[in-house]
Design a protein around this ligand. Sequence first.
Ligand SMILES: C[S@@+](CC[C@H](N)C(=O)[O-])C[C@H]1O[C@@H](n2cnc3c(N)ncnc32)[C@H](O)[C@@H]1O
Length: 235
Amino acid sequence: MHTEMAQYYDLIYAFKDYHAEADAIKACILRHNATPDQRLLDVACGTGRHVEHLSASFHAEGLDLSPELLELAKRRNPGIPFHCSDMRTFDLSDRFDVITCLFSAIGYMASIADLKLALSTMANHLRSNGLLIIEPWLTPEMWKPGTVHALLVDEPELKIARINTSETRNGRSVFDLHHLIGTPEGTRHVVEHHEMGLFTVQDMTSAFEAAGLDVTHDPKGITGRGLYLGVRPHE
Ligand SMILES: C[S@@+](CC[C@H](N)C(=O)[O-])C[C@H]1O[C@@H](n2cnc3c(N)ncnc32)[C@H](O)[C@@H]1O
């Protein structure tokens, strides 16, 4: 995330229904384990919008790489612990009943090696019978290079036009998000470069298994991108 763009994250993703998504995640968790007082860690929590809703039912915490997004998450969720760390290498010396990683953040793993590292790091923070819920990025079949995308934020004193063209490079999805940001002070141009791994269902399933988890895949999930559920077997 471009540091300057963090302040606009919630406006850009205002179309997402975090409340409904959190409710669907909660239902998934309770189907697996209906015990009260479960501890949940949201990895790559961004501005803490899922945490905001999940903390009504679970003892929630968040973790993200971006200090700017975490500042917003903390402001939104006073009293909730947030950790600034990389999903591949974090070590909280703690175990959770549930770990979530939503809105395709796992796609920031640009290689199978990094994907495996992130999944095993998350699995190591699960209690026995703990649940890992991952909402994946697109598969190679779903990714359409050469398509053009646009999004508009239209507030009285803030206009953002975001345009990008999808490309594939070295087997990865690559896109530069060009933002034209208009405020009463003037209009500026900020480009955010993204490279995300394109993993098949087999790649994802194998990475869960390599992390020692029993995995199931729901191809639809909470937003249509699918959902992987991994359970740490009883020790
Ligand atoms: C598309 S956003 C999703 C944020 C949040 N889960 C949501 O639903 O709004 C991707 C998030 O992944 C985070 N991220 C990217 N690479 C990361 C890494 N290596 N470790 C932890 N977080 C990372 C970004 O900072 C960003 O907050």
